[in-house]
Write a protein that binds this ligand. Structure first.
Ligand code: PLP
Length: 384
């Protein structure tokens, strides 16, 4: 394995060339897969290759994908995990009993559900806040001095936009850390560390991999010497939430087209949002690329190159209208998840009925298909 790292290389170049990773042994232009779990030591008992001892601590394929992700994220370091939720858990497990955390409300329900349960079991005080309300977020930071604040922007499935820089300042002013789940953006649209976040989290299952065939999570950090980062690394090592070499290899393969996919998904989502905005059967469209969206100006300031694949809209006529339309769609697959090359649709109320999701809301993850075909499918399902 070898790599070249040029500071002037743009994300498209870093991604396409996997950060310069090659197979030095064969001359292959694609990095190899190393399935070994254990590695040789020499006669003096030093590892034959520095850092390669046992793959729960560090694996060559894990390191490769982490290296490229850190470059794309503008991070000092990155770590991959076997799912997005494993990455969420790795952060929260560093909290001591009795700590206080501030968590954005109405984010991905799996995150909320797990954090609520974890905080109860661990005697951690949990405060939830609509973090797109910067003043409310800052007031709670001042009042409770949380050790950690968690945001997600754009949020899933409400598409709320949170001011990363303002939240970072508010929580750091009282000694806390800001962690941002940037799954829907990917580093192509927003590098949250450059806005002041301490740690960025991704469900790499989504846009980073982009092909709906790898379950993975990732954390990236601004300061790799920070105590929290060392604690997360030690916990991953000993508790063993590591990504296998085949998944790590596939993830890196997926990431090679990341900028291209994010650009096309964002263009398609923008077209669909505009189409839906003008459709008589539609009550509201939640997409930050629309000037009518409440967070549009902030999204323009914080996101570059598009507004991502995630789009929600509310149909007039509630659950009956939404489930009728979803049943008629032919090109959009009825399935959960987001950020893949194929377009998906989901009736979130069916999945999380007690969280206040409107019954008429449909969430789209817009893929890279032809935008005209996607518009036609929505048109026939909604009735033109
Ligand atoms: N964060 C967000 C925004 C998500 O949408 C998801 C999954 O849907 C997760 C975290 C959890 O990731 P995973 O399913 O890879 O565990």
């Amino acid at each position: 394995m070898s790599s070249k790292n040029h500071p002037d290389h743009k994300p498209a170049t870093i991604a396409a060339q996997a950060g310069g990773l090659l197979d030095a042994e064969t001359g292959g232009v694609v990095p190899p897969i190393h399935p070994a779990t254990t590695f040789l030591r020499d006669e003096g008992y030093a590892p034959v290759v520095d850092g390669n001892v046992y793959s729960r601590t560090a694996s060559p394929n894990g390191r490769m994908v982490e290296q490229v992700l850190a470059m794309l994220e503008g991070a000092a370091d990155a770590m991959v995990f076997p799912s997005g939720m494993a990455a969420v858990a790795a952060v929260f497990r560093t909290l001591p009993a009795g700590a206080t955390v501030l968590v954005q409300s109405q984010i991905y329900w799996g995150t909320t559900t797990w954090i609520r349960d974890f905080c109860t079991r661990r005697d951690v005080q949990l405060i939830e806040v609509e973090a797109s309300d910067t003043a409310a977020f800052a007031a709670l930071c001042a009042a409770h001095k949380p050790a950690l604040a968690w945001i997600e922007t754009p949020s899933n499935p409400w598409l709320r936009i949170v001011d990363i820089a303002a939240c970072a300042q508010a929580v750091q002013a009282h000694g806390g850390l800001l962690v941002a789940d940037m799954t829907t953006c990917t580093p192509v649209l927003t590098q949250a560390l450059s806005f002041g976040a301490d740690i960025v989290m991704h469900s790499a299952t989504k846009g980073l991999n982009g092909h709906s065939d790898v379950l993975a999570g990732a954390l990236s950090v601004r300061d790799s010497e920070a105590a929290v980062w060392q604690a997360i690394r030690a916990d991953r090592d000993m508790a063993g939430a590591v990504l296998g070499p085949f998944e790590a290899w596939l993830l890196l393969r997926g990431m090679r087209t990341l900028p291209l996919r994010v650009e096309r998904m964002s263009q398609n989502a923008q077209k669909l949002a505009e189409y839906l905005h003008d459709h008589p059967a539609v009550e509201t469209v939640l997409y930050p690329g629309l000037p009518q969206h409440i967070g549009h100006d902030l999204a323009v300031a914080q996101m570059s190159g598009g507004f991502g694949p995630l789009l929600s809209f509310v149909l007039k006529g509630g659950a009956e209208a939404a489930l009728g339309a979803v049943g008629r769609l032919q090109l959009f697959h009825r399935a959960t998840s987001l950020g893949g090359v194929e377009s998906l649709v989901e009736h979130r109320h069916t999945i999380e009925p007690h969280t206040g999701i409107p019954e008429g809301l449909l969430r789209l993850s817009v893929g890279i298909e032809d935008a005209g075909n996607l518009v036609d499918d929505l048109g026939q399902a909604l009735g033109q």
